[in-house]
Ligand binder design. Sequence first.
Ligand SMILES: [Zn+2]
Ligand SMILES: [Zn+2]
Length: 303
Amino acid sequence: MQFDVTILGSNAAIPAYNRHPSSQVVNYNGNLFLVDCGEGSQFRMQHLNVKRGRLDNIFISHLHGDHFFGLVPLLTSFNLNWREHPLNIYGPPGLKEIIDVHFKYANTVLKYDINFHPIEADAPRVIYEDNHITVETIILTHRLPTTGFLFREKPAPRKILSEKIEQYSIPYQVISDIKNGADFTTADGNVVPNVELTCDPAAPRSYAYCSDTIYTDSFTEQIKGISTLYHEATFVHEHAERAAETFHTTSTQAAKVAEAAGAGKLLIGHFSARYENLSTLHVEAKAVFPNTHLAVEGSVFEI
Ligand SMILES: [Zn+2]
Ligand SMILES: [Zn+2]
């Protein structure tokens, strides 16, 4: 199954040096999930050929403008492009009012339904589930109520060994039961235990989006063993004091979170506009957590 993330915007607060406010698209097997929608996100979606018709779920972390000022324009374009299928938006309670007031004064009735799911930033909750994945909130510590999002793949069924199907003439009808752990009884009454017929499936993959937040270990337990962690790294470590004042994180601190969580890979983003060159942020993070990547516009990361 395809499971990756495309970065649409990587900057904090204001656009600078061809970097744009926060936004990214998680693709799970062709289903697209938009995580934050900073100003101009739809331009990057067009530029990067993101198939907007496959986008049915949008997650907004908090109500600072660099994380959602691109949302109403995107909703408007959906309307002008004759979208008819419903759209789910998950975000802070005030977001619905912000959306509604735009369409109220534009005298616009959308051709599609928006199902708004308010997120309370008080405790982690599963807010989305389908046959393959769940999405749960991560409680972050910032100047406004803020949540991250944790995409978890559900455990896959066990893998049946093809040579065993042949060896025991296993009929097609019982294969699904065996994948779910059942033993097999042969025609002459011998019971073949499941462990002989199957092997472990690939470990479930997971992706956590943590932005914006002060440096904290408050959610480390929740993301333990995460495959890929996106963590904001607004400042270089020299500016740690400024990071704490503004409830943001430095590159070194982001790497420490990844290390403590035992992450497979770290993506850093939400860079301050004060840095034209990102190499110090990258070098600092890699010194603590070597498998760190800059989550810049247009990059795609396998989870
Ligand atoms: Zn921000
Ligand atoms: Zn913020």
